[in-house]
Design a protein around this ligand. Structure first.
Ligand SMILES: [Zn+2]
Length: 345
């Protein structure tokens, strides 16, 4: 896939694009859940964004794509490299694109977390680890189509690893731990199976992607898709400057993020909003605060304000609402109503 569809050329889908920009700026926001019908191009935005991110420098030959500049230790082999050179790494490095790894439905746990390399075990009698999909996703994105059809324990595992940034494999006589820091993006079709509320709550952001309902947008979607498929190179070139702008925005936001401040008043409003909505636990507030902070960084603001909270409230909270017997309005409507009540609109 030499030419993924350019991120900037995606028509509409503002919330989807924003959610992915936020997760790319601060992966600790947690995974992104995308609901929508088939054929709404749910994975397009993820692939497009990964493609425009700056290439990442990796230790050459490392199956986990360890970062040679990172202070964190990396995998076992890279840790050994570091120790060898009096703390100075002498590893050869390479530049590679940010990975987007697909986790196919029906993938076994072995394939996901990695397993004993049976071939080497049998032919050479050595216990070697064969890295799985989590290894390949390190520092990139892991895309799970139809996450609602995946077994619960696998979803749990993915969320655990994404949150800890490390994959620990202790079985078949193996004991391996390796970095696995990725943004988890799960797509689902709301009509086929539901995620348990406990799992829903563990995703950072959620959103719904729809086929555009207005005529001009529909025409534009078709026109751009057709132009892209007839001449991907020319189409990509035409959108290069726009994509470059997005890339710079993310690079700046990542650099700014550590110095962005969340004032007490904003934190208070985040808590009030969650109380109004009756979200369980504190994960809602935490995600709301982190998403608002990442958005502030993307906007070049050093202070998080209500304007940021308002913009991320729906994606950060709508999947955490309990069904109410007294209120059958959709969750987006309920979040919007609470935002209006709190901020007085
Ligand atoms: Zn490594």
């Amino acid at each position: 896939m030499a030419f993924p569809f350019p991120f900037s050329a995606i028509v509409g889908q503002a919330e989807m694009k924003l959610a992915i920009l936020i997760a790319a700026t601060d992966p600790t926001v947690g995974g992104v859940l995308v609901f929508g019908d088939r054929g709404t191009g749910k994975s397009t935005a993820v692939r497009a964004l990964a493609a425009l991110l700056p290439k990442m420098r990796v230790v050459a030959g490392c199956p986990y794509g360890c970062d040679p500049a990172s202070a964190s230790p990396g995998c076992e082999a890279c840790r050994a490299l570091k120790a060898d050179a009096h703390g100075q790494r002498i590893a050869k490095t390479a530049l590679v694109p940010v990975p987007v790894v697909d986790l196919p439905l029906g993938a076994t746990e072995d394939r996901v977390v990695g397993a004993l390399d049976l071939e080497r075990a049998l032919s050479q009698g050595v216990k070697a680890f064969e890295p799985g999909l989590l290894a390949r996703a390190n520092r990139g994105f892991l895309y799970v189509d139809e996450v609602n059809l995946l077994e619960d324990h696998l979803v749990d595992l993915l969320i655990d690893v994404a949150a800890s940034g490390e994959n620990v494999v202790e079985r078949e006589g193996l004991s391996v731990r390796h970095p696995a820091r990725f943004v988890l993006v799960g797509s689902g079709n709301p009509e086929e199976g539901e995620l348990r509320p406990q799992l829903l709550d563990r995703f950072g952001l959620s959103l719904e992607v729809k086929t555009p309902e207005d005529l001009p947008s529909r025409i534009e979607v078709v026109r751009r898709r057709d132009a892209f498929e007839r001449g991907p190179e020319a189409f990509t070139e035409a959108w290069r400057k726009e994509d470059e702008r997005v890339r710079k925005r993310i690079v700046k936001a990542r650099a700014l993020l550590p110095s962005v401040v969340v004032p007490d008043a904003t934190l208070e409003n985040a808590a009030r909003l969650c109380m109004l909505l009756g979200t369980d636990g504190l994960r809602g507030e935490l995600t709301l605060m982190r998403a608002a902070r990442a958005l502030a960084a993307l906007d070049g603001d050093e202070l998080v304000a209500d304007v940021h909270l308002k913009k991320v409230a729906a994606p950060a909270l709508r999947h955490r609402l309990r069904r109410s017997p007294l209120d059958d309005s959709g969750s987006t409507v309920r979040v919007d109503r609470a935002v209006a009540e709190l901020f007085g609109e």
